[in-house]
Design a binder for this molecule. Structure first.
Ligand SMILES: [Ca+2]
Ligand SMILES: [Ca+2]
Ligand SMILES: [Ca+2]
Length: 258
């Protein structure tokens, strides 16, 4: 019995432990797609593969913003078109957090402040996290967006809702989000992007209350879920909530994580 349980913990860990990485610094034709959204008088966003990277190729993004003050051009730049470039929570495990790194070099044109951040797409909905600003130094700058949890994303269409990071969630694609807004007057913002990298960190049941640490409060949270038969308490992922999940939880908790 004990050996069976340990085997099931190991099986859970092989799915739930270890980061999954998606990255690109070549920008081959067809591997990136733009989903634009505009407001005010709007404008357009386009991109090409450019031999001006850090090093090699870059993705050169041009956001052309129309003149009326407040006009904004947004773009979700989505990476990949194969199953290997999307994350499937149902088979790869619930997500704890997502991080992104991308090198950014502002080439020309500056509005109110050229924004960039991590964005994801689940189903037909695009979500982004808090906006960063790329500056206009003309030099390569590495942008880091670290350890973003599901409830730190919001829909880019302004509707309520967050992505579903549990094992019941639909597949997710990754990319970056750009936003250019004019204080008045038309302009075109041109920026190179290179060395895009996303890391997905699977959720760890030892941090049961998902606050980022493993401590006594996770024991209380686990037992509350376990006593109510909540599917979240199915730590060994065998479809049921029973005594084996208690042992599986404490094995992870005593180890301090996954
Ligand atoms: Ca490159
Ligand atoms: Ca915790
Ligand atoms: Ca179970």
């Amino acid at each position: 019995m004990r050996s069976v349980m340990l085997a099931s913990i190991a099986a859970t860990c092989s799915v739930a432990c270890g980061q999954v990485v998606y990255q690109d610094g070549e920008f081959a034709s067809g591997t990136w797609v733009i989903e634009p959204s505009v407001s005010g008088d709007g404008g357009s966003v386009s991109a090409v593969t450019s031999p001006t990277g850090n090093p090699g190729n870059a993705r050169r993004v041009t956001s052309a913003v129309n003149a009326r003050a407040g006009s904004t051009v947004n773009g979700f730049h989505r990476f990949g078109n194969t199953n290997a470039t999307r994350y499937e929570p149902g088979t790869q495990g619930a997500i704890g957090s997502v991080s992104m790194w991308v090198d950014v070099r502002h080439i020309d044109g500056l509005g109110i402040g050229e924004g960039v951040t991590l964005a994801i797409k689940q189903g037909q909905v695009v979500y982004r996290t808090g906006m960063r600003y790329m500056g206009n130094s003309g030099s390569w700058v590495r942008l880091e967006v670290l350890s973003v949890r599901g409830d730190e994303f919001s829909r880019v269409d302004g509707q309520p809702g967050i992505p579903e990071f549990s094992a019941q969630g639909q597949p997710i694609r990754f990319g970056f989000f750009t936003s250019s807004e004019t204080p008045g007057g038309a302009f075109a913002s041109i920026t190179d992007f290179d060395n895009f990298r996303v890391e997905v960190v699977p959720a760890c049941k030892a941090d049961f209350n998902e606050d980022g640490g493993v401590d006594g409060s996770d024991v209380g949270a686990f037992f509350a879920a376990w006593e109510s038969g909540d599917a979240d308490a199915d730590v060994n992922a065998d479809g049921g909530v029973d005594g084996a999940d208690t042992e599986a939880f404490f094995a992870l908790w005593q180890a301090g994580g996954c």
